[in-house]
Ligand binder design. Structure first.
Ligand SMILES: NC(=O)C1=CN([C@@H]2O[C@H](COP(=O)(O)OP(=O)(O)OC[C@H]3O[C@@H](n4cnc5c(N)ncnc54)[C@H](OP(=O)(O)O)[C@@H]3O)[C@@H](O)[C@H]2O)C=CC1
Ligand SMILES: O=C(O)[C@@H]1CCC=N1
Length: 285
């Protein structure tokens, strides 16, 4: 198996590192491309092959990960389309880019899978949901499941769920990092050294997440177990409620989901305008 990662930025590097770390693909079977020399140097440090040329990455590969930002997706799809064949599986990890958008620009019957994952893939604790395109086979779905299961939790779903998945787990690590940082700030404010405060905050999140994932657990029951009657915890939980902590998180997930929906619509609208511009130009000729 040979893997191309087109768009070797933060997320492209995260999955490359994850695949190599898990021993799923040998580093020299991965070729990463980007026009950004800094990103290419970072990818090279993982041990993968690198190139500025997307076609050089795609040609020898059979699994092609598209990890570019949505605004360059069209350019990249048109660039690689002439060399995409039945041998390729195209896996898009871009937020807000619909499967139909990708399929539209590639040869008929290209096997496409759309994935929403997250950066904890780097440490084997990713959360991934994927949906298959119209020509994708069961074996493609099994392969993608295999890839992302080595990087953490992975499940197949309908494409319609992927905007909300982006809201919870795609962008979710950013909310968790903000929470960890803020808890550490609180510790420093109360007199702890910064490195200890940060370690305690991160380890606490890790432990709480692990407990929540135990079969039969529920976060609110676990929360009740922490709060001793008349003790410290409920004073803190009361403050969280007063300042709208849960409300904030629900709204953050909602805003991210809405942004993902808007991104999809914006891309379809831009496509329509682009097609009309091309038609007008052809008519002029
Ligand atoms: N970061 C995350 O946590 C997650 C990101 N994603 C998705 O991953 C994708 C990438 O995001 P992220 O890694 O954060 O963004 P980055 O900007 O870090 O990475 C994008 C990379 O693509 C490069 N690039 C730009 N144009 C081209 C081109 N024509 N051909 C090949 N490469 C190109 C960029 O180079 P340059 O900098 O020069 O433009 C950069 O190296 C997005 O679609 C995002 O939705 C999905 C889940 C999580
Ligand atoms: O911020 C973004 O658009 C990407 C998608 C999910 C996480 N990062």
């Amino acid at each position: 198996m040979s893997v191309a990662i087109v768009g070797a930025g933060k997320f492209g590097q995260a999955i490359a590192r994850g695949f190599v770390r898990a021993g799923l693909v040998a580093a020299d079977r991965i070729i990463a491309s980007t026009p950004c020399s800094e990103d290419l140097a970072k990818a090279a440090k993982i041990g993968v092959r690198t190139t500025f040329d997307n076609l050089e990455a795609v040609k020898p590969s059979n699994v092609v990960f598209l990890a570019v930002k949505p605004d360059v997706m069209r350019t990249v799809l048109y660039e690689i389309a002439p060399i995409i064949s039945e041998r390729h599986i195209v896996v898009s990890v871009a937020a807000g880019v619909k499967i139909s958008y990708v399929e539209d620009k590639l040869p008929v019957d290209t096997r496409v899978i759309r994935v929403m994952s997250n950066t904890p893939c780097m440490v084997g604790e990713g959360a991934t949901v994927f949906a298959r395109g119209t020509a994708a086979k069961d074996s493609d779905s099994v392969l993608v499941q295999q890839f992302f299961s080595t990087l953490g939790f992975c499940v197949e779903s309908e494409e319609s769920s992927l905007d909300a998945v982006t809201g919870v787990s795609g962008s979710g690590p950013a909310y968790a990092f903000c929470a960890i940082d803020a808890m550490a700030d609180g510790g420093v404010k109360m007199g702890l050294p910064r490195d200890l405060a940060l370690k305690l905050a991160a380890q606490t999140m890790l432990g709480a997440a692990k407990m929540t994932l135990e079969p039969g657990s529920h976060p609110m029951i676990l929360k009740d177990n922490v709060g001793s009657p008349g003790g410290t915890t409920m004073a803190g939980v009361h403050k969280l409620e007063e300042l709208g902590f849960r409300n904030c998180l629900i709204s953050a997930v909602e805003s991210t989901t809405v942004k993902s929906v808007e991104l999809s619509q914006q891309m379809l609208d831009e496509d329509k305008n682009y097609d009309e511009d091309v038609k007008t130009a052809v008519l002029k000729i």
